[in-house]
Design a protein around this ligand. Sequence first.
Ligand code: ZN
Length: 131
Amino acid sequence: MLRIDRALTGPYWVAIDRRELTRPFCRSCRRSHFSPQVVCPWCQSADWSYEPSSGRGSVYSYTTIHRPPHPGFIAPYVVADIEMEEGWRLFSWITNCEPVNVSIGMNVKVLFAPGAEGELLPVFEPAEFAS
Ligand code: ZN
């Protein structure tokens, strides 16, 4: 997610800078969604706010990048669709794990790592917990 629309995504990035992962949560249908939208993609209500996430999830799907789009990326690396335990999903990276050891359903937890311009980004590493 780019940091362009500060009005919509500002609270998300403020939390990231505090090393806290948040998610849009709709008070109308009580579902989480991602990325942030003006209205809830499930019920079209504008009554949503950022709520804390546990930062725990599992790998829904993933791919290993062998030919990076920019020299700043060190290949191979894994981009994954993470299913969070609150029922929402986001794309991120898997770190602290060899790409060949990543698997669908693998438990992961969030950590915060500097991006190319030094800004903190949520990334995920393998974790052990009951899912
Ligand atoms: Zn909703």
